[in-house]
Design a protein around this ligand. Structure first.
Ligand code: MEV
Length: 428
């Protein structure tokens, strides 16, 4: 890729940006037609997507640049309302690109369906019986969804969890059966829910228990992805700190987020700034991904940092993130929402595993940018620079006034709405 084309991308007009992306080889010429066609959700489609629809709600769609993942360049579509997210991700990705980029490992992509049984008289006996009937249960699940089996996926195994009655919470015992199934390119909620509902009566029969429910678990611990990066210290120096000092401060910031849940929540929120933006842009389920990832952050019994920053033997900074990422590339709103289709097209219609790799890398980049800023100059400098534009618009600036007010606001001793209004009043 010729990176020259992307220099000062943010200062280009929209048309120049499209041309730059084509020149850089990041998108194909034919994909550019999608930029001029309507990618907005029509009222008609929106009305079919939900009940009681009255309007559509838009957020900006931008591109995270400089992402070099497993030896391939990406411009990553990100849907977000937060001014600094894409700038921060692109900045971090540039540093990481210069250091060799991101490497990822994507697991098996198995989704979990749960059937909860109550009133099981003898849990150990029931467990034994279920294990004896494991093949029949898997067959039943697969018969309930033959099309996924035809495509090469389907239920693969079962797991049994015995949850004892708990007097503290006054809860009864539950015998929980997990079905692990490969849903291929789909996130798989419908596939899994069909399967678990189909095996519910069979499980009641063989155990004598009563099924409370059968449902997908959004805690997708069998669908993990890891992204890593390695940054030499000579790329980390930031006045007044040396590269080694910045590295050590980033490691300490991560240690702080490992041991303090109050910090960990904010640390992980920064990671989710990037992850949610790509999940939303590609038409995936932001709530499912959020719920699963935050639960994964508590897997040790305490809410902790999702990333890990450490020092390599040669002194480089090593970054790593592992998260559950049950995203899909088909189904749901992915194939309906024109902006989601557009985003997928921009990415070259990646398979689900490739999309997982991209999203995990964004999360790691976003964390690097936030933590690096926090342990050096602080985040307000960069944030407020970008916030200035929002303040100018809120104050009522229009057209060319937006840039003028923004620039004056950045120089002002107090960057706030009152100052923005005063600057605008003077201009008018
Ligand atoms: C702001 O949206 C995100 C940060 O607070 C993340 C962090 O503190 O690591 C900057």
């Amino acid at each position: 890729m010729d990176k020259q084309h992307l220099t000062k991308f943010y200062q280009k007009t929209k048309q120049e940006r499209i041309e730059a992306l084509v020149s850089a080889g990041l998108i194909h010429e034919e994909a550019t037609t999608a930029f001029s066609s309507k990618i907005h959700l029509s009222d008609e489609v929106a009305n079919h997507m939900i009940e009681n629809q009255i309007a559509t709600y838009q957020v900006p769609l931008g591109l995270g640049l400089n992402f070099f993942i497993n030896g391939k360049d990406y411009a990553v579509p990100m849907a977000t309302e937060e001014p600094s997210v894409i700038a921060a991700a692109s900045f971090a990705a540039k540093t990481i690109q210069q250091a060799g980029g991101f490497k990822t490992t994507v697991g098996d992509r198995a989704m979990i369906g749960q059937i909860a049984l109550k009133n099981v008289e003898d849990m150990n006996k029931a467990e034994e019986i279920i294990l004896q009937h494991a093949d029949a249960i898997i067959d039943l699940a697969n018969q309930a969804h033959p099309s996924i089996v035809k495509r090469g996926g389907g239920a693969r195994s079962i797991q049994i969890r015995k949850i004892q009655a708990d007097p503290t919470y006054q809860t009864p015992a539950f015998l929980v059966i997990h079905i692990h199934a490969q849903t291929l390119e789909a996130m798989g909620a419908n596939i899994i829910n069909t399967m678990v509902e189909a095996v519910k009566p069979y499980l009641e029969n063989v155990t004598g228990g009563t099924a409370l429910m059968g449902i997908l678990s959004n805690y997708a611990t069998e669908c993990l992805v890891t992204a890593t990066c390695r940054i030499p210290t000579n790329q980390l120096a930031k006045e007044p700190y040396t590269g080694e000092q910045v590295r050590d401060r980033i490691i300490e910031a991560c240690q702080f987020a490992l041991v303090d849940p109050y910090r960990a929540v904010t640390h992980n929120k920064g990671i989710m700034n990037g992850i949610d933006a790509v999940v939303l842009a590609t038409g995936n389920d932001t709530r499912a991904i959020e719920a699963g990832i935050h639960a994964y952050a508590t897997r040790s019994g305490q809410y902790r940092s999702l990333t890990n920053w450490t020092k390599a033997e040669n002194g480089d900074l090593l970054g790593e993130i592992t998260i559950p990422l049950p995203i899909g590339t088909v189904g749901g709103s992915i194939s309906i929402h024109p902006a989601a289709k557009f985003s997928m097209k921009l990415l070259g219609n990646p398979a689900a595993k490739e999309l997982e790799a991209i999203i995990a890398s964004i999360g790691l980049a976003q964390n690097f940018a936030a933590v690096r800023a926090l342990v050096t100059e602080g985040i307000q400098k960069g944030h407020m620079g970008l916030q200035a534009k929002s303040l100018a618009i809120t104050a009522g600036a229009k057209g060319d006034q937006i840039e003028v007010v923004t620039e004056q606001l950045k120089q002002a001793p107090n960057m706030n709405l009152a100052t923005a209004k005063a600057i605008l009043a003077q201009l008018n």
